[in-house]
Design a protein around this ligand. Structure first.
Ligand SMILES: [Zn+2]
Length: 339
């Protein structure tokens, strides 16, 4: 658990908006090379693909390296930066938020005067980087510069708040499982794919799946919870185990695959819950529509305040997710499914 916290801290200091995942990719690469694994490739769109095992059937795992963020689109005469959201940025809670651009420049989100609730639109917000003029701001943050939210990690008992659990925690689950299984004789060829541009439309996973033609796809990603006061009604709770995806906006898990996941969790006494997410999708949505269709699912890490700068997870759920993923790729049940 200490190790997981260290990884969470390290990976949430990295800047990786969609399309600019370089810092994250380099850090994962370092981790993999340290294990002595040589079969690493990079796709033209930036996904990192690590191949282990030699089994006939192919399993593609996907965790996305990118995070939501901002893009500098225009600079006012006073040096205030106007921005577009990158991915599903919620306008609520943005005022006073710290931003870090990919070149290291930092800023704070401010707002024009907001007189009535209808005024609260992204167009009225700006990023203040301390510049006094357009020229000064342009030098520091040229138009087209991407950035992310900047927030420290807080450990609250078994719970951890961070700015980009979505989806660094999915990447960390994959890294920790990779470390456990890479020396074992696996019944499959498993591709650990760290994908790009998920937050803007599952793009890295889409092209990687086309290239790899896997027999199965499993995404590792966060999901919402329904366990806060008077909150959204959803049967997923923080701390109640790995969430097995039944359905979201992009995917319905094939019933045979869903049943196998439930059986595997039960047999191995891994805490799990079933997840139906009304809005939102993951890389599995792109993977399963490749060619003639690839049975796919998601092992989700329950997360409160998704897409805020303080996403909260429970470390017990992370452990349960790792346990179920490890079982799935080290035993032959998955490969025995017939579709
Ligand atoms: Zn995600």
């Amino acid at each position: 658990m200490k190790r997981t916290i260290e990884l969470i801290k390290k990976f949430n200091t990295l800047v990786g908006p969609s399309g600019y995942e370089d810092e994250v990719r380099e850090e994962i690469k370092k981790f993999v090379l340290k294990l002595g694994i040589k079969s690493i490739t990079e796709s033209p769109l930036g996904s990192l693909i690590i191949k282990v095992g030699t089994g006939k059937k192919k399993v593609m795992l996907a965790g996305h390296m990118d995070e939501i963020g901002v893009l500098c689109t225009y600079i006012d005469k006073d040096g205030f930066i106007r921005f577009s959201p990158v991915g599903g940025v919620s306008k609520y809670g943005l005022i006073g938020t710290r931003v870090k651009f990919i070149n290291g420049v930092k800023g704070i989100i401010g707002a024009e005067s907001l007189k009535k609730p209808d005024d609260f639109v992204l167009e009225k917000l700006y990023i203040d980087i301390g510049a006094r003029s357009t020229k000064e701001a342009e030098k520091l943050v040229p138009i087209g510069t991407f950035g992310v939210f900047d927030r420290e990690v807080d450990v609250l008992g078994t719970r951890v708040a961070a700015k980009a659990h979505d989806d660094r925690i999915g990447c960390i689950v994959m890294m920790e499982v990779l470390e456990k299984v890479y020396k074992k004789k696996l019944p499959y060829t498993v591709y650990f794919v760290f994908t790009t541009q998920e937050e803007v439309g599952l793009r890295g996973a889409k092209v990687a799946a086309y290239d790899l033609e896997p027999d199965f796809g499993i995404a590792l990603d966060v999901t919402a919870t329904g366990d806060t006061l008077d909150g959204y009604k959803m049967a997923v709770k923080l701390g109640a185990g790995v969430a097995i995806k039944v359905k979201d906006s992009s995917l319905i898990t094939h019933p045979k695959l869903k049943d196998l996941l439930v059986k595997t969790a039960e047999k191995n006494k891994i805490k799990f819950q079933l997840e139906i997410l009304d809005r939102g999708g993951t890389d599995a949505g792109a993977i399963h529509l490749t060619k003639s269709g690839i049975p796919s699912t998601v092992l989700s890490i329950p997360t409160r305040y998704v897409h805020s700068q303080s996403e909260m997870i429970d470390l017990d759920d992370v452990k349960a997710t790792e346990d179920l993923l490890e079982k799935l790729i080290t035993t032959s049940d998955l490969g025995n499914l017939k579709f």
